[in-house]
Design a protein around this ligand. Structure first.
Ligand SMILES: [Zn+2]
Ligand SMILES: [Zn+2]
Length: 336
């Protein structure tokens, strides 16, 4: 039976109601009746074909939560009626050196949920069960949906860069990714500084976990923070003066990018050689990390702050995300 959804017919267009016939259910596949789907900035980048990888008609949506309604013949880990979440990654080869180490998000043959496949702005989806994650009962569907991409994006680098309770970390940007990064960092028990250009976010960032706040438009404050951080996580997509931030790192410190930068990152050589500093980036999370993320969210009360929209208002929701007015993630829900 055809799946009803919303699709962009071509670049930068508003979404319109659309239907497609799903592929037959493969042995590892499940069909999921979607209850909620977050809107990620990457969905908008795909609608606009900003990265040159989009294929139309394009059904966005890769922060999917729903209930399993049918199972392929090989699926044993999941059951009909179980609540699951699906993120950016749809599949990987399952046998390369990265896949067998449990780092499927590094697989060269990975596929994305809504690139060349139909995503979650839909009533249901067929997906590989090995990239669908059982959701603990403690986590609410609307508030957990953004963890499947936004949450994964900020949690994974904290794990892989060995953040400890003694780490001094800074989160650059208090928005869709940053508000989640602050909560995860709080769970790691480290000393946290929020950087934002909006002074009015100081109080909120402290409620989310920050011990300190630095106005990123105040040059004096940035200079005073020189040699203060082991790790800086940049969650904003806009170019900043990276030299100033690298100067805030202690020797051996790391500046890690997770917000998709739209311009090349300019790094002056002497801002990294002195102190043997690192500049790197991180994308999504592996399957093992997704499972620990969900346990972490239960243990430490991490949840996205969301604004809910019925699926039929998808275009209004997208416009609000585009305008930067969402606090902090938009989540669509199906009404029946
Ligand atoms: Zn692989
Ligand atoms: Zn995303």
């Amino acid at each position: 039976m055809a799946i009803r959804c919303f699709a962009a017919k071509s670049k930068k267009e508003a979404l319109v109601p659309y239907e497609y016939e799903p592929q037959p259910l493969g042995p590892w596949d499940i069909e999921v009746k979607i209850t909620h789907c977050g809107i990620c900035h990457s969905d908008i980048s795909l609608i606009d074909n900003e990265w040159g990888i989009s294929r139309y008609p394009l059904v966005p949506g890769h922060e999917i939560v729903g209930t399993v309604v049918s199972l392929g013949s090989n699926v044993q880990e999941l059951k009909v009626g179980q609540r699951v979440g699906i993120g950016w990654q749809r599949s990987s080869c399952m046998h390369c050196e990265w896949c067998i180490q449990g780092e499927e998000n590094l697989c060269l043959l990975q596929e994305a949920t809504c690139v060349g496949h139909q995503g979650g702005f839909a009533e249901s989806i067929r997906a590989d069960s090995r990239f669908a994650f059982a959701i603990p009962d403690e986590l609410d569907s609307a508030h957990v949906a953004p963890l499947f991409c936004g949450g994964a994006t900020v949690y994974s680098p904290l794990v892989h860069h060995g953040i400890t309770p003694m780490s001094r970390i800074g989160i650059i940007g208090v928005g869709g990714l940053g508000h989640l990064a602050l909560q995860f960092a709080k769970g790691f028990g480290c000393e946290i500084t929020a950087f934002s250009s909006s002074r009015e976010k100081e109080e909120e960032s402290k409620q989310l976990g920050a011990h300190h706040f630095i106005s990123s438009v105040d040059k004096d404050s940035l200079q005073k923070a020189a040699n203060s951080f082991d790790f800086l996580l940049c969650t904003v997509p806009t170019p900043l003066n990276w030299e100033e931030y690298l100067n805030c790192l202690r020797p051996k410190g790391t500046l890690c990018f997770v917000g998709a930068q739209t311009k090349p990152i300019e790094v002056p050589f002497f801002s990294i050689i002195n102190g043997r500093k690192q500049v790197c980036a991180s994308n999504i999370a592996s399957r093992p990390d997704m499972n620990t993320l969900l346990r972490f969210a239960v243990l430490h009360g991490v949840q996205a702050q969301v604004e809910l929209f019925p699926m039929r208002e998808v275009n209004q929701a997208i416009e609000k995300v585009r305008s930067g007015a969402i606090r902090y993630r938009a989540v669509l829900y199906n009404e029946s």
